[in-house]
Design a protein around this ligand. Structure first.
Ligand code: 4AD
Length: 449
């Protein structure tokens, strides 16, 4: 049976045993009577060193076929490594080339490639150190997310991808059609921008639920923090208010970040050393320090008085731009910030109206480098207040009849949030561009692979 390289490195009981290992060649160094192979199977960051000497059957015929990128199978003994670099290496007794690789045309050469170039070879980029590490961290964050909610009794609900409703009211939706003239669903249908409205239905029955699925936004954004297809985690809690929502968000981030530290230590050190120095320190601070919480009005006062020339001027009622969000968490508080009670006029229809008549019980979690990572709110549970607001905003009561009815039959205060999964991965890894933390990024003009 094939043993993963990660296991070979971690399980000291394997020393002295004969094992089979399979993977792709990273580098080869041929000496006179033996060859060093550095191979990797993607289970871990650091390569495994193989020593193949001339006693291996058909040494002379097979070794010339070894090349960077070729896939190989090795049978050999795990031995303690005499060099200081790695603990163990493999003394090969058999070598098989599974798939050859033409070194002349193989696009992944030893030199460093730009992330832009790697995006153009998205079928091969997972074989690089950086993309391998990103995907292992992404996997660990997904696993930690499920563990976090499952261990607290949240039920995982699969909300629909095809929908007739625009949750966020931005109108930036992809239409779903067929090549027939008649609409397949009887009405215009779209790809979901958020599972929230459906999630609310289930929270109002199962109390605590979460969704974790793909969401789609047809925004013409070319920034390093926007994708047209991204994944979102959306918990929803019944019998909960905005304070409960903020507590859950803070607890969620701290818990999953800590788990990634524990399960992806080697990858995290790689990011800290080669991708963004200070990444580990930044994450440790987030885990240790309580987040700063302040109202939107307080945030506006700070931004107003800070004397920094912003591109977008600050007035009460304006939406916070990325430059404002980053100032708050990177320069003013130097830690994650939760801004709550935003003006009603800049937020979605479903957010609960506050007593002041001007603001809604909304909150955004802002983190250094990335900016907004979570957006959430307490939902309007009062039937009269909701329908009055929908009428005012020109939203059809008939279209959202089921959403309205939830407020008629056993309505309860409830709250939830949406965490952008790629932004979480970006924050943890320190990766500059969101396009490099998802296997196959979709953004304006790009849906290849
Ligand atoms: O703030 P948003 O739009 O909130 C919602 O969709 C709510 N319905 C969530 C809820 O309350 N259940 O989006 C939530 C998060 C943002 O904070 C951001 O992290 C991420 O989703 N996000 C994006 N990530 C990548 N590319 C985009 N175009 C994104 N738009 C939002």
């Amino acid at each position: 049976m094939r043993i993963k390289i990660r296991t070979i490195k971690e399980d000291h009981g394997l020393v002295g045993q004969e094992i089979t290992v399979k993977g792709w060649v990273r580098t080869i160094r041929a000496q006179k009577n033996f060859t060093f192979i550095e191979m990797n199977d993607g289970s871990t960051l650091s390569n495994l060193q193989i020593i193949v000497d001339a006693s291996v059957p058909e040494y002379a015929q097979t070794t010339p076929l070894l090349a960077t990128g070729a896939s190989i199978s090795i049978v050999g003994k795990v031995v303690e490594s005499p060099g200081g670099k790695q603990h163990v290496e493999i003394q090969a007794s058999q070598l098989e080339i599974i798939g050859t690789c033409d070194p002349e045309s193989y696009p992944l050469q030893k030199k460093r490639h730009s992330f832009e170039f790697l995006r153009s070879i998205a079928h091969l980029r997972p074989r690089t150190n950086t993309m391998g590490a990103v995907m292992r961290v992404r996997n660990a964050l997904a696993f930690a997310t499920h563990r976090f909610f499952q261990s607290r009794g949240f039920c995982y609900i699969h909300t629909p991808i095809i929908t007739l409703s625009d949750c966020e009211g931005g109108g930036k939706m992809f239409q779903v059609g067929t090549n027939e003239k008649i609409p397949f669903f009887g009405k215009e249908a779209y790809l979901t921008v958020s599972g929230q409205l459906n999630g609310e239905i289930y929270a109002c029955a199962l109390s605590d639920i979460y969704t974790f699925g793909p969401t789609f936004r047809a925004e013409n954004s070319h920034t390093s923090r926007h994708l047209a297809e991204f994944w979102m985690i959306e918990p929803e809690m019944a019998f909960a208010d905005l304070k409960d929502d903020m507590d859950l968000a803070e607890n969620y981030l701290k818990t999953i970040f800590l788990e990634v530290f524990n399960s992806c230590g080697e990858d995290m050190e790689f990011f800290d050393q080669f991708v963004k120095p200070g990444t580990i320190k930044r994450l440790e601070n987030v885990i240790k320090e309580p987040f700063q919480r302040l109202s939107y009005s307080e945030a506006i006062t700070i931004l107003h008085n800070c004397g920094k020339p912003f591109e977008f001027p600050i007035t009460w009622g304006c939406d916070l731009q990325s430059e404002h969000e980053r100032y708050l968490c990177e320069e003013h508080f130097k830690k994650p910030v939760i801004v709550y009670d935003y003006p009603a006029s800049i937020k979605a229809f479903y957010m609960r109206a506050n007593e002041d008549g001007k603001t809604v019980a909304a909150m955004d979690v802002l983190v250094p480098e990335v900016g907004e990572i979570i957006g959430g709110s307490q939902r309007e549970e009062r039937l009269d207040v909701l329908v009055e607001k929908m009428d005012r905003m020109g939203l059809s009561r008939e279209h959202y009849w089921w959403y309205v009815e939830l407020r008629k039959y056993g309505s309860v205060p409830h709250a939830g949030f949406g965490a952008g999964f790629e932004r979480l991965v970006q924050f943890v890894t320190g990766m500059e561009n969101i396009r490099d933390v998802i296997p196959f990024p979709r953004y304006p003009g790009h849906a290849d692979f």
